[in-house]
Design a protein around this ligand. Structure first.
Ligand code: C2O
Ligand code: CU
Ligand code: CU
Length: 990
């Protein structure tokens, strides 16, 4: 049996090298085998690559001898001969079975040489190889190395005195390069060159003097040259660690208080410059309110807050080039869109920072966070579809700390002894600007670690306990953190874990290290009281992801006594969610698939489906997870790949149930912090399957779940689930009532009624599609006027590539995606009084609201500065929207001055407040607030590619929330800032 015959000889030798036994020297062959050197093996001889020399010509050949013995079905010997100078193959690789059954003599080395190139000989005793039955060359007979003498033009180890470096070069080439030639070795492994002493730049960018070059390299450093010193001008090891004090983000002050007592906050996304290390020039950033990391929001359970987000970035701004192949920019382009997500927040879908509800420069949105959940270390960060990685990298992240009386009463370290610390990796250009790959990378790993916006900072601490609220806010990097005493590096320093992503744990857990994936939070207590003043304790990262960054920050212990209170033995009990409560188990696979623009993308594939048949849904627009409000579900993520994915689910606090190896099902232990704790992000390492369990309470609507490696999220490793009402709430009484909707109660709510072609809404549920109603169901791919028609259940006749079924059709020539998002049928329960619906048959939709749209759906919005008294009018009776001066110059200060006059001249006073203006949600004056109003608003103000989508707030329904959203978007167009009320509203536009 011939083996490896189709492979090049050396490749084949490498294949088997690792299996070869160590060979011993045999001096009797010393004249035959002039030299040999190893390839791929650790002991040199193992790979048995030998050099023989033709004494007549002085040319050398390499003979590769490979052997594999024992344990395998075959034993084989083989050789290849190649010219050492040219590398030309002289004899192809030969290998035969041990018993050489073909008897062709290939096992005889002399024969091989002669066959291949008559006239080539070897000196001395020709080695004769054979099969085991005759005179095999066992490995141990292969001779030891002897120096080539003379060199005869071959390549030998060439030594460089300044660096101690070694290179295989010919004598001439070595001299020309300034090295010392003919050192007698034909290998640089090991490097036998004399090693100079000099300065070494260590892996952590510190500098050490008088280090041997090879020692420096072996430790991952870079040697600066013979006799160099760290103090030399030219020696620059990068940014010196631990010089800048750790910044503590300031707490954001409220901008005001609503009449109902709710505190309001203003957050403006704006450019800023900040020095991120004292040796770096200032870095251009995109920040919240000018600070990176942002101001901290300090909040309390049971006290909702209102946050107004404004995009104050310059139109057309681009801090880091947007890759328009990424999911999002491929459709929306590269405008600087922002949308803010409260990570960990249990909030209505409307305020979740849905990635497509982005704000363009000049736009604003008002969110309300209920703070109706357990206290936790949360964070708010950008979530714009396909540019999240860029926006977060540019600086858009801040802490959101939620507290309650119970936690305050535990006596944990607080005030100066409570430190929120966000750990993020970055990479800088020489001018201090942020470096990031132009093309969406597979995973980005920076070579600098910042804590609270400073590279490798230091914190002076008192001798006592500190509560560190650690957040991994990195793009893709995981950390394995531990504390190291500079004075005693081997010492193990314990710390206590007291909380995880979404709250305290039942009792402190003693740890000495902890692995932290992106978006995970660990609440830990570190006690510095045992260290003498002057001790330097480094927070180290033992994760080996390249580029390796061993440093995070340093604590320098002072002489003051600090917090010495005891940490309670029990904290806040976490009750396990019984797996038996789960009514649904969902199954997802984390994979990478082909994608026409970028080549490939990360996605989440749904593996379950109706009747156990997977739908194959993988993409953002593939909405296939309909979760019943109030139910408990188990979600199972399996990772057949080779990189860990930290999976995050919005809305819920989950518990990790278990982890198993994917390939063989073997159970794997959970990490201590994963056992009965509140989490929102879980590591799904390569070749594992992880199950989490959660209750989906309180809020219906559309939420995201995704991998929190931001590059993966910006691929398309992010999908949506829709929380829907409980079908049990359907009483089939013919009336569409609270808790019923067209999804859960078609009997009462799904009336096909009033869909109109031409209203700007593609009412698929009522039978419209791109053929029957191109007015509504066609769209623009890129704003350039190309009609398309796709995503309508397989009807895909024109212009849009071939993925008709998935709402995401590709225009191959533009490499852009286009889509129409189908809307629900006109139904009772969608808050729109349509066609056949009447106040009697559908009171839910047809009782005309007295207040503006948001107030109809959310009473708390009565205090938003518009119609505060809910009398249907925005007027001087609304105390936070006082009568404006005569801004429209009509001679009378009136309500028209408060609200921008609607651009449509035909617009009348549909809400009866005496003025035809945009405060009239009944834009079309048909006495109903309905789809037609949406269509009119859109037609007037939303000439944007996504205007085919009327579900602007992405809650799964076309309803008043969308009107509100549209209004906010439009009226914030040239928003000057808060008016006299102190609150920025549509009425502040002058
Ligand atoms: Cu922190 Cu959806 O993310
Ligand atoms: Cu989140
Ligand atoms: Cu991932």
């Amino acid at each position: 049996m011939r083996v490896c015959v189709h492979l090049a000889a050396l490749a084949c030798a490498l294949l088997v090298a690792a299996t070869l036994p160590q060979a011993n020297a045999n001096p009797s062959y010393a004249n035959v085998w002039e030299d040999y050197y190893g390839i791929g093996g650790t002991s040199g001889i193992d790979s048995s690559t030998m050099v023989i020399m033709d004494t007549a010509t002085g040319k050398r050949c390499q003979v590769c001898h490979v052997e594999r013995n024992g344990g395998s079905p075959w034993n084989a010997y083989g050789w290849a001969i190649r010219q050492a100078d040219s590398g030309d193959l002289v004899v192809d690789f030969q290998a035969v079975e041990d018993d050489d059954s073909d008897g062709n003599g290939d096992t005889n080395l002399a024969e091989i040489v002669a066959d291949a190139q008559p006239g080539w000989t070897t000196t001395g005793n020709v080695a004769t190889a054979s099969n085991g039955s005759t005179s095999a060359i066992p490995d141990q007979d292969i001779p030891a190395a002897s120096p080539l003498d003379p060199p005869l033009g071959g390549e030998f180890a060439c030594c460089f005195a300044d660096t101690g470096g070694c290179a295989l070069l010919t004598t001439a080439a070595c001299s020309a390069a300034g090295g010392t030639p003919d050192t007698g070795s034909t290998s640089c492994v090991p490097n036998l060159c004399p090693q100079p002493l000099g300065a070494c730049c260590n892996l952590d960018e510190t500098c050490s003097d008088t280090i041997a070059a090879d020692v420096c390299l072996a430790n991952g450093g870079s040697f600066q040259g013979q006799a160099t010193a760290c103090s030399d001008g030219p020696v620059d090891c990068g940014l010196e660690p631990f010089v800048d004090p750790l910044p503590i983000p300031a707490v954001l002050a409220p901008s005001g208080t609503r009449p109902d007592g709710v505190l309001t906050y203003q957050i403006s996304v704006q450019t800023a410059q900040q020095q991120l290390h004292s040796e770096l020039p200032a870095t251009d950033l995109w920040t919240y309110n000018g600070a990176y990391p942002s101001f901290t929001l300090e909040t309390r359970v049971g006290e909702p807050i209102e946050v107004t987000y404004v995009n104050n970035l310059p139109a057309g701004a681009e801090l880091i080039e947007v890759d328009e192949c990424a999911h999002g920019p491929n459709y929306y382009g590269d405008a600087p869109r922002i949308v803010t997500h409260l990570h960990g927040g249990h909030v209505p879908a409307r305020f979740d920072g849905q990635p497509e509800l982005t704000l363009l420069p000049g736009e604003m949105d008002v969110y309300e966070y209920p703070n109706d959940q357990l206290p936790a270390t949360m964070w708010y960060h950008d979530h714009a579809l396909g540019t999240t990685r860029l926006n977060v990298y540019s600086g858009m992240a801040g802490f959101y700390l939620l507290r309650d009386d119970f936690e305050d009463g535990l006596g944990l370290p607080s005030g100066d002894y409570e430190i929120p610390a966000v750990i993020q990796d970055r990479q800088f250009n020489a001018d201090g600007s942020l470096a990031y790959p132009v093309s969406l990378p597979d995973s980005f790993f920076g070579d600098k670690v910042l804590v609270n916006g400073k590279v490798w900072p230091r914190l002076d601490v008192d001798r006592g306990k500190y509560r560190l609220r650690l957040l991994n806010g990195s793009q893709a990097r995981s950390y394995r953190l531990r504390l190291q005493n500079e004075a005693d590096p081997g010492q193990t320093i314990p710390f206590s874990l007291i909380g995880t992503d979404l709250g305290l744990i039942s009792a402190p857990i003693g740890l000495t290290e902890i692995a932290m994936a992106p978006a995970e939070r660990f609440d830990v207590v570190v006690d510095f009281s045992a260290f003498p003043a002057g001790s330097e304790i480094v927070l180290r990262n033992d994760d080996t992801t390249s580029p390796v960054v061993p440093n995070v920050m340093k604590f320098v212990v002072g002489s003051q006594t600090g917090f010495t209170g005891a940490i309670p033995a029990t904290l806040r009990p976490v009750t396990p969610i019984p797996p038996g409560d789960a009514t649904v188990t969902r199954w997802f696979r984390l994979i990478k698939i082909g994608e026409p623009c970028a080549g490939s993308e990360w996605v989440i594939e749904t593996l379950d489906g109706p009747g156990g048949t997977p739908t194959g849904d993988k993409l953002w627009d593939d909405l296939s997870e309909f979760v019943q409000l109030g139910s408990t579900e188990i979600w199972e993520f399996e990772n057949p790949g080779t990189v860990m994915h930290p999976m995050h689910i919005h809305l819920v606090a989950f518990q990790v149930l278990d982890r198993a190896r994917l390939s063989d099902g073997a159970p794997l232990p959970l990490e201590p912090h994963e056992i009965t704790t509140w989490k929102d992000t879980v590591k799904v390492p390569a070749d594992t399957r992880v199950r989490v369990i959660a209750r989906f309470d309180d809020y219906a609507g559309r939420y995201a779940y995704h991998c929190h490696i931001l590059d993966h999220e910006d691929h398309e490793m992010m999908r949506q689930f829709l929380v829907v009402n409980d079908p049990a709430a359907c009483d089939s009484d013919g009336f569409c009532e609270a808790g019923e909707d067209g999804i859960n109660c078609a009997a009462d709510c799904a009336q096909v009624s009033g869909a109109r072609c031409g209203n700007g809404l593609c009412e698929v549920g009522d039978g419209e599609d791109c053929l029957s109603c191109p007015d509504d169901c066609n769209g623009e791919q890129d704003g350039g006027g190309d009609d398309f028609c796709c995503g309508n259940g397989g009807t895909n006749p024109v212009g849009c590539g071939d993925s008709a079924g998935d709402n995401r059709c590709l225009d191959a020539s533009l490499l852009r995606f286009c889509r129409v998002m189908p809307r629900l049928a006109a139904t009772c329960g969608d808050r729109l009084c349509e066609g056949a619906e009447t106040a009697a048959s559908c009171p839910q939709d047809c009782l005309v609201p007295a207040c503006e749209p948001d107030e109809f759906t959310d009473e708390t919005m009565c205090n938003d500065g518009l119609d505060n008294d809910c009398d249907g009018f925005v007027d001087s009776a609304d105390t936070d929207c006082p009568m404006a001066p005569d801004t429209d110059g009509d001679g009378v200060p009136d309500n028209a001055d408060n609200c921008i006059t609607f651009a449509n001249a035909a617009q009348q006073d549909s809400n009866g407040d005496g003025f035809g203006n945009a405060c009239d949600a009944d834009i079309t004056n048909d006495c109903f607030v309905n789809f037609a109003d949406l269509g009119a608003l859109k037609a007037a103000f939303f000439p944007l590619p996504y205007n085919a989508d009327a579900d602007f707030d992405s809650d799964g329904f076309v309803n008043f929330g969308d009107l509100a959203r549209l209004k906010q978007t439009f009226f914030s167009g040239d928003m000057p800032g808060p008016g006299p009320s102190g609150i920025t509203t549509a009425c502040d536009r002058r």
